[in-house]
Design a protein around this ligand. Structure first.
Ligand code: FAD
Length: 430
């Protein structure tokens, strides 16, 4: 090693020792924040965005540690297109290297197994403990045992595939093995659930795949526990009654859903009548709730509520101070969606930076959400909404143009959908 190489090596090493990543993040400002640490739990849509923007806005003196249990994030968004064979699962993988190298986020691959809100520490699965000044929980959701099925059933013969990953591939394989005339049966839990248009989108793509692969005599039965279509009613009604007429059989207001695993039947009640359907593929989307770490932290509990109550000016828990909850795990009036998770993360990051500087959070935050829904392998619809803080109700309410859905299902929307997805994912992970 010559002298120049030796000096370069020492400089890089010193940077890493003093502050991981600082040598590579020269763009970060000096904001006056020093010696503070924010720990972010969960590197999904909400957590990855929060970690990135905490560093960008908090500056070089704010240490941000992102704890994520998986080495790679698999996007739920677009995962219905894996079922229909339009995308591969691997095309939905996102890593954490850029958050680390570009922004100096300290990424730890581990599961958070305990939270002590009094001592302000989290315990990781490797046994180590991290202290924090502020903690951001972004753990997404976990699923109830429901309708006679357990976690082992979901991982086995009855995948919900409502968390993209191995279950998505399994459901894809089950779908691919259907014979012409078979039935695909899916269920939708009572709202609020993850991604309001997602189940209807899934029904459309499954129907499209079956039809376009010469299995037009198949049926896609949708048992909805809700009284009606929960998102884009105009578009999905059109898709069910025209685009996929004769294949999709949509049944709102179903109750008493029960799966018979042995006979592969589902019994349920609709309009006061008890019914039973036999299905080749059974895809229940079970009711879900905030990820388990939210319960550990005491910000959500299985008895009192499924979600973590927060102040939407900062996403700080109303139950435990210095803990913020963002994304699907939080209880807000906004939809449980990846785009909104990204927006909540930014409002939260901004509020934390202000609080660490002795200021108050922005009193009038605005968030927005766009959501594209593929209807076939080449067409899509969309939904967009803007939310503003309402001082009297202390909630985010639709503002401006409110909630708007696309007036047409088109291939132009399908192309725009790909641009929207790429932009959103790079805003969160790159
Ligand atoms: C089929 C489908 C289609 C969808 N389509 C859209 C769409 O078109 N548009 C849209 O906006 N949204 C869509 N969504 C919804 C979107 O995916 C979710 O709203 C979004 O992922 C929520 O982000 P999150 O960060 O809260 O949770 P997640 O993205 O699930 O991330 C949570 C992360 O936390 C980690 N984690 C959990 N507990 C721990 C722990 N104790 N320790 C360490 N790590 C932990 C998990 O491993 C995970 O990586 C869709 C969802 C589905 C299922």
């Amino acid at each position: 090693m010559n002298r120049r190489d030796f000096l370069r090596c020492c400089a890089a090493g010193a940077g890493l020792l003093l502050w991981p990543g600082v040598g590579r993040t020269a763009v970060l400002a000096q904001t006056g924040i020093t010696q503070r640490r924010v720990v972010v739990v969960g590197g999904g849509m909400a957590g990855a965005t929060a970690a990135k923007y905490l560093r960008l806005w908090g500056g070089a003196g704010l240490e941000v540690v992102l704890v994520e249990k998986n080495p790679t994030y698999v996007s739920n968004i677009m995962s219905n297109l894996v079922l229909s064979g339009t995308r591969t699962l691997s095309s939905l993988n996102y890593g954490y290297a850029t958050l680390s190298s570009k922004y100096g986020v300290v990424v730890k691959q581990a599961e958070v197994t305990a939270v002590d809100g009094q001592a302000k520490t989290v315990t990781l699965s490797d046994g180590s403990r991290l202290s924090y000044d502020r903690l951001v929980l972004a753990p997404g959701i976990r699923f109830d045992d429901a309708y006679g099925l357990t976690q082992a059933d979901y991982a086995g013969e009855f995948p919900h595939a409502w968390q993209a990953g191995p279950q998505t591939q399994k459901l894809r394989d089950q779908l691919a093995s259907m014979q012409n005339g078979d039935t695909f049966l899916m269920t939708i839990p009572t709202k609020p659930y993850r991604c309001p248009p997602g189940p209807y989108e899934r029904a459309c793509l499954v129907a499209d795949y079956l039809k376009s692969s010469g299995r037009g005599n198949c049926k896609v039965v949708v048992l909805d526990e809700n009284p009606s279509i929960q998102a884009e009613p105009h578009n999905f009604n059109l898709a069910f009654t025209q685009t996929h007429a004769g294949i999709i059989d949509y049944r709102p207001g179903t109750t008493n859903i029960q799966v018979d695993k042995v006979n592969r039947t589902i019994s349920f009640t609709q309009g006061g009548a008890a019914q039973v359907i036999n299905a080749k593929v059974i895809n229940v989307i079970p009711p879900h709730r905030a990820g388990v770490v939210a319960e550990m932290a005491g910000v959500a509990n299985s008895a009192g509520g499924r979600w973590a109550a927060v102040d939407v000016l900062s996403y700080e828990s109303t139950a435990v101070p210095f803990i913020h909850v963002i994304g699907d795990a939080s209880a807000t009036t906004q939809p449980k969606a990846g785009h909104i998770a990204n927006q909540e993360a930014k409002v939260c990051a901004d509020a934390i930076v202000r609080l660490l500087q002795g200021q108050q959070p922005d009193p009038a935050p605005v968030t927005n959400s766009a959501c594209y829904s593929p209807i076939t392998a080449t067409t899509a619809s969309w939904l967009t909404a803007v939310y503003q803080y309402d001082r009297s109700s202390k909630t985010m309410v639709p503002g401006g143009a409110g909630v708007v859905e696309a007036a047409s299902i088109s291939s132009k929307n399908f192309n725009q959908m790909n641009t929207w997805f790429t932009t959103l994912m790079s805003d969160s992970f790159a």
